[in-house]
Design a protein around this ligand. Structure first.
Ligand SMILES: *Cc1c(COP(=O)(O)O)cnc(C)c1O
Length: 232
């Protein structure tokens, strides 16, 4: 089995190759090492190899892990955020990738107001309309955008999606394109900037980079297989 440092090196090379292929600058793309289910020791190994940006998908796990690690590590939240965990989550994460409903956004805004915080968020879109997934439906998002923009405590910086599971990475491309086109449409319709696109995981991050990812969320290719599912 290869080490976390070797894995990271390989993933970085693949990100750079994909960027070069489509003429993008590699520094437009941030690699987030998704450390859910993996212990602090493995995170430290990645940190030792120069990785400072990490992602977690469960608040409880993050609350235990983050304090064990150097304070200059940066953390993004990528999972489904339960409303009763918002208050604990706000101080831990610099970006929330997965605001998946208007109700969650409103509750985050209310709690952020009480706590005097200004969370940065992405809106998670269920592009394929899968019944099993969280996220805004494409049409619903258009309809709810005014209300989302009225939440002055939240800074909405872009969109995120998780495409349907598929054996072939290529299958993700059309969903990434749909997310980017939705983003472009929202930017012109609402006269706003949504510069961040959080797309791409272990299986399809190279495709995501080709299609405009600014954040790729890679777990397995860096840390190895997980012993339990990380997202629920
Ligand atoms: C677990 C997870 C990832 C990483 O998945 P891998 O396939 O292990 O790279 C990325 N994004 C989200 C939202 C996740 O929950």
């Amino acid at each position: 089995m290869s080490s976390v440092a070797e894995n990271l090196e390989r993933v970085r090379e693949q990100v750079a190759e994909a960027a070069a292929k489509v003429g993008r600058a590699v520094d437009e793309i941030q690699l987030i090492a998704i450390s859910k289910t993996h212990d602090a020791e493995k995170v430290r190994a990645a940190y030792g190899a120069g990785q400072t940006l990490f992602g977690e998908s469960r608040v409880q796990e993050a609350r235990a892990k983050i304090p064990e690690l150097p304070s200059n590590l940066r953390w993004h939240f990528v999972g489904h955020l339960q409303k009763n965990k918002i208050r604990h989550a706000l101080p831990l994460f610099e970006l929330f990738h997965s605001v998946d409903s208007l109700a969650l956004a409103q509750e985050m805004s209310r709690i952020a107001d009480e706590e005097g915080m200004h969370p940065r968020v992405l809106l998670e879109v269920n592009v394929a309309g899968e019944a099993s997934k969280f996220g805004f439906a494409r049409t619903a998002l258009r309809g709810e955008m005014e209300q989302l923009l009225a939440l002055r405590r939240l800074t909405i910086e872009g969109l995120m999606t998780i495409p349907p599971l598929a054996p072939e990475a290529e299958a993700s491309r059309k969903f990434f394109v749909q997310l980017r086109e939705l983003r472009d449409g929202l930017e012109s319709e609402f006269q706003m900037k949504l510069p961040r696109l959080s797309i791409g995981m272990t299986n399809d991050f190279a495709i995501a980079v080709e299609e405009g990812a600014t954040l790729v969320r890679v777990g397995t290719a860096i840390f190895g297989e997980r012993s339990r599912p990380g997202r629920d």
